[in-house]
Design a protein. Sequence first.
Length: 297
Amino acid sequence: MAVTMSRVVQKRIAVGLTLKRLTLGQAALWAVILVVLFVVLFPFIYAITTSFKTQTASYDGTMIPWLQYQPTLANWANEFGSGGPETFKALSNSVLIAGSATVFATALGTLAGYGLGRFKYRIGNRNLVMWFLSQRFMPPIATVIPFVLMFKQLHLLDTPLGMTIVNTTFTLPFAVLIMRDFFADFPPDLHEAALVDGATQLQVFWEVALPLSAPALVAAGIICFAFSWNEFLFSSVLAFLNAKPYTMLIAGSDAVRGIEFGFVSTRLLIAITLPVILSLLVQRYIVRGLALGAVKG
């Protein structure tokens, strides 16, 4: 009887130690999560608080409104008031350029991805994929001067069409790779069944493969849109007045007294609004689309 009781006590002690270890482990995990979350969210919190500060208050490092500083809507009023025409012009240019580049890059990337995923070429599919990837391997700054010279001859400097061509060129590889991975894993039975039923290769692509590729298509579109929306290097050289996107407006948030941090924070929050909304609306498609082809590569 005494032996049995000692075993029970030992088991209870062991269970208690295990629970204690789990509790300490969970506490440490949550501590790490909170630290990482704070590091990730701090820039957004800082931007939000700074957007409601005056220029003088933006240098004092305060964070809590009404207790440490008196919030003001002056930055937002100036952005949509006196600066409204310039703001809306830059936003419309960004939407036009990023949207057009996304459409073209996704359309061309889908066609190229389908060809690379479903057919074999003598030159080698890997070589073709590497050719698309080479557009991302090469530093973009190396192509600025050629683009300037070419666009000058074609009268595309400071035009939305010219900026669309540039953004399409450098976002196309993302669309090609995502769509290629999806079509590489496309069930061959569906393809063969459609051909047996009398469908052409174009009909198989348009009526069978393309509708099933919606998740990958959305993921590719969002990634292309994000890169085009955030593009600054070519905009700073190729667009200076009529086709100036919103990223150029953010970079120009300075004055004789220095950088206007209130204006910068306000414009940063405006700039991230549209991509964040789009990402939240199609989040499930993005996760599913990026996961496709992740096993086989």
